[in-house]
Design a protein around this ligand. Structure first.
Ligand code: NDP
Ligand code: MG
Length: 391
């Protein structure tokens, strides 16, 4: 039986992964090693019982009593805190879903690679902050990283049987998020509820806001560069409001291979779970006559400064991705908390990068994970100061 673990089981990706595992036989088909979550310990315990996991881990020390209580009599071990989370990653498994949100997901996934596992990577922050280290670690241990971000799964699938050297361009599609049709001057006053009204995808709160600001697409441009090894100039972004085409690969002969499907993350998760085979998946089938047409438009730089910032980050490379992501996470925290406006997020990120570019080794290539974590911390402090200066 295949041994599996899910990091971030209680989130949006985690729930979809759990759903597929249960449909494909649950505990009769998979041996579940570890499930991890954050605050939602009751749901974590339910999932652990359903899959008969060996251990359930909450990231928060103070969640342990509630997790223990919810698991009482089940025979499933309960653990809590950052160290327990990393220990869960040390437990060998054949297939591991990395779906913790934010830079907090980097270390567990990185450690899991040591077992030569297959890492289904939803946590795009891992590649943005530490792409070269992560890919090298996977190669060193014979581990495989399979993309779960829908765009990257689409590109991966469009590349099957092809030679990377024949790739001319990669076209990332973007829905444009909740605010894509708003007049520019209203954007700065967008509220949390407005930014959360995603037109097509149902996702966690943080990535939904990142979709509205296009910070999500900015992270994905960097993720594309790191995962597929193409040059930044080969990566394009196009707004495709219907979210039917999940991304495209253009080849030197002018041919384009596109991946189409319903906006349901179980496509990409199911592909990574069953790779290299395909399994029946419970996703809606496309009805082209009902769809009628697919539309596209170029992203507007004034509306989405995040895309321009991502280009600058790729030019610097080194530790810039770690700083970019950390500053974005702090800006997002403060937008969610009501401390700064929607349009201020880009300003906080730019100010952080500008401050760090002055003698902080932003362009230095990290030699180990600690270098990345140190830059992450430094950028968080810096972004915090940028937020204060706005207030
Ligand atoms: P959610 O916010 O829905 O879930 C995040 C998960 O991580 C939850 O299990 C949460 O626990 C846990 N968690 C939160 N903070 C921490 C922490 N500090 N340490 C450990 N665990 C923590 O996120 P999503 O599922 O939306 O996204 C997960 C990842 O997948 C992100 O990197 C995102 O960019 C990526 N992704 C998501 C897509 C989507 O459709 N949702 C699409 C493509 C990529 P709890 O909820 O119990 O507190
Ligand atoms: Mg995506």
């Amino acid at each position: 039986m295949r041994r599996i673990s899910i990091f971030g089981a209680t989130g949006s990706i985690g729930e979809s992964t759990f759903d597929l595992l249960m449909r494909q036989g649950g505990p009769a088909a998979f041996q579940t090693v570890a499930l991890t979550g954050g605050r939602n310990v009751v749901r974590l315990a339910e999932m652990a019982c359903a899959l008969r996991a060996e251990v359930a881990v909450t990231a928060h020390d103070d969640g342990l009593p509630a997790l223990r209580a919810a698991l009482a009599g089940s025979g499933i071990a309960a653990a809590a805190g950052r160290t327990a989370l990393l220990e869960a990653a040390d437990r060998p498994a054949d297939w591991i879903m990395s779906a913790i949100v934010g830079a907090a997901g980097l270390e567990p996934g990185f450690r899991a690679l040591r077992h030569g596992t297959t890492l289904a990577l939803a946590n795009k922050e891992s590649l943005v902050t530490a792409g070269p280290l992560l890919m090298a670690e996977a190669a060193r241990h014979g581990a495989r990283i399979l993309p779960v971000d829908s765009e990257h799964s689409a590109i991966f699938q469009a590349l099957v049987g092809e030679d990377l050297a024949a790739v001319e361009r990669i076209v990332l599609t973007a829905s444009g998020g909740a605010l894509r049709d708003w007049p520019l001057e209203r954007l700065a006053r967008a509220t949390l509820a407005e930014a959360l009204a995603h037109p097509n995808w149902s996702m966690g709160q943080r990535i939904t806001i990142d979709s509205a600001s296009m910070f999500n697409k900015a992270l994905e441009v960097i993720e594309t560069r790191e995962y597929f090894g193409v040059s930044p100039a080969q990566i394009e972004v196009i707004i495709h409001p219907e979210s039917i085409i999940h991304s495209m690969v253009g080849y030197r002969d002018g041919a384009i291979m596109a991946h189409l499907g319903a906006a349901d993350m179980r496509h990409a998760i199911g592909y990574a779970l069953n790779w290299p085979e395909r399994a029946d998946l419970p996703v809606a089938r496309l009805d082209f006559a009902a769809l009628g047409r697919l539309t596209f438009r170029a992203p507007d730089d004034a509306r989405y400064p995040a895309l321009r910032i991502a280009r600058e980050v790729m030019e610097v490379h080194g530790l810039a991705g770690a700083a970019f992501n950390a500053a974005k996470e702090i800006a997002l925290d403060h937008f969610i908390g009501g401390g700064i406006g929607f349009a201020d997020m880009a300003g906080v990120v730019e100010e952080t990068l500008a401050a760090l570019s002055r003698g902080n080794g932003l362009g230095n290539a990290p030699s180990c994970l600690e270098d990345v974590l140190a830059m992450d911390e430094c950028a968080r402090d810096c972004a915090g100061r940028a937020v204060q200066s706005l207030a």
